[in-house]
Design a protein around this ligand. Sequence first.
Ligand SMILES: Nc1nc2c(ncn2[C@@H]2O[C@H](COP(=O)(O)OP(=O)(O)OP(=O)(O)O)[C@@H](O)[C@H]2O)c(=O)[nH]1
Length: 252
Amino acid sequence: MNVGIKTNIITIHDELEKKYTVVREDTQFIHLFGPVNFPINLNSKRYVFNWYVWKVKDYSMSFQELLKELKNNGADQNYNSILTYGDFENSHNALVRIHSCCLTGDVFGSTRCDCGPQLNHSLEHIVNSTSGAIVYMDNHEGRGIGLYAKAIANTLQELGFDTYEANNILDFEDDERTYDEAISIIKYFRAEKGITLLSNNPDKLRCFKKKGIIVNDVIPIHGFENEDNKRYLNSKLKRIANHIDFDEEKLS
Ligand SMILES: Nc1nc2c(ncn2[C@@H]2O[C@H](COP(=O)(O)OP(=O)(O)OP(=O)(O)O)[C@@H](O)[C@H]2O)c(=O)[nH]1
């Protein structure tokens, strides 16, 4: 990529580099690029978000080095995104959805899960509020088992196993996701300011609290139940009920 072209005094490279930030987090480095102006169409209305893309690495690098790395293997990597709305950095409260990548549900509209409608509802909540963000975790696909393994797990479900059993048969944990990266990015934008979490998942709430972020409220985000996702939703509810009392967690 030739980004060294001169436009008067400032080079295009300099302009791009201004949007590149490396944030140190203990022994790790968040390589963040943005904001990118990001208009979306939601229910036939146009809303403008800011899109940032980021990757956590255990080393720092210059923008020039990053460009080289992207050219060599950028397409084979996972990169997470945060879409912010309103004055996300400064608002008193902000709605936050950590959304785990689901190619099949979010993009293809699969009815085997409720991921696509959950993403949509979260966007609706955010644009109806003053500020918020979707943290889209690309490396969470299939609750962290990846797309290929998810296809195999889906096939096991056809044979009668539930989503968690299918993961276990493939030697994965019930849920392989961690939320540290997602929470670090929220912390970068909002420091210690409180948020309202859009989720039904007590693990997410627990992780926010552990990282010292005040959760002012939790709004459950539901998709819809149908013949295809009934078992998926039921096993999810059962697991949540077995692991923790969400309401108690909310109040503590
Ligand atoms: N392993 C596996 N993952 C799936 C399956 N169907 C959807 N997923 C993934 O499940 C993830 C979403 O997790 P959920 O448990 O539905 O929801 P959650 O994020 O924990 O909780 P909420 O915040 O309430 O949405 C996405 O990464 C999907 O790709 C499946 O059949 N097997």
